[in-house]
Design a protein around this ligand. Structure first.
Ligand code: NAP
Ligand code: ZN
Length: 353
């Protein structure tokens, strides 16, 4: 018999969240059962459940920033034991044998990686995410959370952390790099900390200077408002890399003008609509416009260890299960500094729909 656990779900894009019981499969031999302690709210959850990226499969539980404790393991599990501190990010399955999976890039699985929620799993079921009391996951998609990181500050690392760490590592950001982090939200605030820990000089580009002191506290050397007169002209050709975390439409060409020759814009923000680009913006100066999607499992573990070593965690607002609708509004309004994280112990007393 599959177990039932409490979860937050929505029955449609406009319905409020409700607490309901959902089923988790019986653990297979290579599965671990995780007692979830904290679940981060990523803007991707919001895009998904509001149908901004296409029709989601309702009723749906989202959440792919999951931290908790191993509660049970299948007979063939080799890497984890009951009591281990673990995390799960955006992936719960992949083919495991294509060249991308074999190279540790399960995020690029040539046969289709399975997302943690709203994806069709190999058994035909639709995956249900981490706003929940427990999850059952194949051990290949589980990472170890170092003791130095509390569950609630670690949870957001499983998506926002790896999504910013991976392009910064891929493009060799380090001592002397001039990095601009575009957008200071959940992803951006981790990007600032990671780039600074790698030795880069970090400038935050935000819609206003409202969060200036917070940006400095995260390790930035400067914050600029993209809305101020002369911003694009005054900052032309300054940066080696722009980490673009914006969740909405942006004037891509203008931002490319901020790069040095051969500079890189790594796009991780995924606004619902297509963005326009003039090729002249990358041809001039031989610039690179590239994207990045989360990261593979080995790099996710590397990122967690890096964050623990450098004292990096998410700055969070802890919320209860009945505050998630409100948190979504505040994330979209840019009022959460910087990640809302659901305290899953509040499921216990939550009334069911
Ligand atoms: P978030 O916390 O809401 O942060 C997004 C930031 O974008 C905001 O803090 C804001 O920065 C800026 N922004 C929002 N609306 C804007 C507007 N209308 N104009 C200009 N700037 C605006 O979101 P997040 O969780 O960091 O996610 C950011 C994006 O990355 C989302 O689209 C998400 O789906 C995507 N994502 C992608 C991956 C991947 O693998 N590539 C992984 C996770 C998330 P300021 O307030 O500083 O201006
Ligand atoms: Zn995410």
């Amino acid at each position: 018999m599959p177990m039932t656990v409490k979860a937050l779900r929505k029955t449609g894009p406009d319905a409020p969240f409700e607490v309901a019981e959902i089923e988790r499969r019986d653990p297979r031999p290579t599965d671990v059962v995780i007692d979830i302690k904290a679940a981060g709210i990523c803007h991707s959850d919001i895009h998904t459940i509001r149908n901004e990226w296409g029709e989601a499969h309702f009723p749906l539980t989202v959440g792919h920033e999951i931290a908790g404790v191993v509660e049970a393991v299948g007979d063939e599990v080799t890497h984890y034991a009951v009591g281990d501190r673990v995390g799960v990010g955006c992936l719960v399955n992949s083919c495991g044998h294509c060249e991308e999976c074999e190279a540790g890039f399960e995020n690029n699985c040539l046969n289709g990686a399975v997302g943690t929620y709203d994806a069709e799993d190999v058994d035909g079921t639709i995956t249900q995410g981490g706003y929940s009391q427990k999850i059952v996951v194949d051990e290949r998609f589980v990472c170890r959370i170092p003791d130095a990181l509390d569950f609630d500050v670690a949870a957001p690392l499983l998506c926002a952390g790896i999504t910013t760490y991976s392009p910064l590592a891929t493009w060799g950001v380090g001592e002397g790099s001039k990095v601009a982090v575009l957008g200071l939200g959940g992803l951006g605030h981790l990007g600032v900390q990671i780039a600074a820990a790698k030795g880069a000089e970090v400038t935050v580009l935000s819609r206003s200077r409202k969060k200036e002191q917070l940006a400095m506290d995260l390790g930035a050397t400067e914050m600029l408002s993209t809305e101020e007169d002369g911003f694009f002209a005054d900052n032309r050709g300054r940066f080696d890399l722009i980490l673009n975390t914006i969740s909405a439409d942006i004037p891509v060409d203008k931002y490319l003008g901020l790069l040095k020759p051969r500079g890189v814009m790594a796009v991780v923000g995924l606004p619902p609509d297509a963005q326009s680009l003039r090729f002249g913006s990358i041809i001039g100066g031989r610039k690179v416009l590239t994207g990045s999607n989360i990261g593979g499992l080995p790099e996710t573990q590397e990122m967690l260890d890096f964050c623990a070593e450098h004292g990096i965690g998410a700055q969070i607002e802890k919320i209860s299960v009945d505050e998630v609708d409100d948190a979504y509004e505040r994330v979209v309004a840019g009022e959460v500094y910087f990640r809302a994280v659901i305290d899953t112990s509040t499921f216990e007393d939550a009334a069911m729909a």
